[in-house]
Design a protein around this ligand. Structure first.
Ligand code: FPP
Length: 252
């Protein structure tokens, strides 16, 4: 059993939740946004995890109706305006991964201010993925590497070092709400060995207790990182697995 340090969540099912209640999809996003602070609090205060990454807007979401996109922009701004103070007080480090370049200037300012004010915070690492795509992140990382090292062969370590989050580590638990069984281009590299959990619950109805229950249930899973059954406690990450290989077999 290895500790879950980094949880990533695909907050899906807002639109269907609203439509099932005869309301416009945007209503679902409003309700979905309203539970984010509770989930952050559970991660921080009850589960004591190190990092929480939430998928707020993907590189593919630009094809949605303009009004829906605008409402998601607005909800992000509202969340930061409302929760910024609490994030600072709770020693949470806030970051947006992906791109904020297409957001309105006042939202960009709010985000960069909060990122700067919390950059040395030592508590929960809270990341919002906005205009984020896992494939794009990897391609950008490779390109960044080759600009600096045009002559060298690229390694896994080189890619990891050029991704958005340097000190956050791989995803241990990836949760998707809403009833679909996909990872939708989210943290593809970081989730290589993540435990996956899919729940039927639409995001606006995802509760503190379900989050804790999933965390506890997944904590009981044996994560083997390529090892055999029963060897799990010896290896708590894929890095450990590689170290073991090199110690025993050298560089063959
Ligand atoms: C997927 O639901 C959800 C999103 C595309 C956005 C997630 C955003 C929020 C929870 C609100 C934003 C909150 C903050 C604080 C930034 P969907 O619309 O794809 O649902 P569906 O699959 O039922 O259509």
């Amino acid at each position: 059993m290895s500790k879950i340090k980094h949880v990533a969540i695909i907050m899906d099912g807002n639109g269907r939740w609203a439509q099932e209640r005869g309301r416009p999809r945007i209503w679902g996003h409003v309700r979905g946004a309203s539970i984010v602070s509770d989930i952050v609090e559970v991660a921080d205060k009850k589960l004591n995890i190190e990092a929480l990454t939430l998928y707020a807007f993907s590189t593919e979401n630009w094809i949605r109706p303009f009004d829906e996109i605008r409402s998601l922009f607005f909800l992000l701004k509202k969340y930061i305006s409302k929760e910024g103070k609490r994030i600072i007080q709770n020693n949470i480090r806030f970051k947006v991964i992906g791109s904020i370049s297409k957001l309105p200037a006042d939202t960009v300012e709010l985000i960069t201010n909060l990122e700067n004010k919390t950059k040395d915070a030592t508590g929960l690492k809270l990341n919002f993925a906005f205009d984020y795509g896992g494939r794009k992140e990897i391609v950008d990382a490779v390109n960044r590497f080759f600009i600096v090292n045009p002559q060298r062969i690229i390694t896994e370590e080189d890619i990891s070092q050029n991704l958005f989050l340097q000190d956050t580590g791989d995803v241990d638990l990836l949760i998707r709400t809403g009833g679909d069984y996909r990872i939708s281009n989210f943290l593809l590299w970081q989730s290589a060995y993540a435990e996956l959990f899919f729940t039927q619950t639409r995001w606006p109805e995802f509760s503190d207790s379900e989050f804790i229950q999933i965390y506890n249930q997944v904590s009981e899973r044996e994560r083997r990182f390529g090892n055999v059954k029963g060897g799990g406690e010896l290896i708590s990450s894929i890095k450990d697995a590689r170290k073991g290989r090199d110690e025993i077999f050298g560089n063959i």
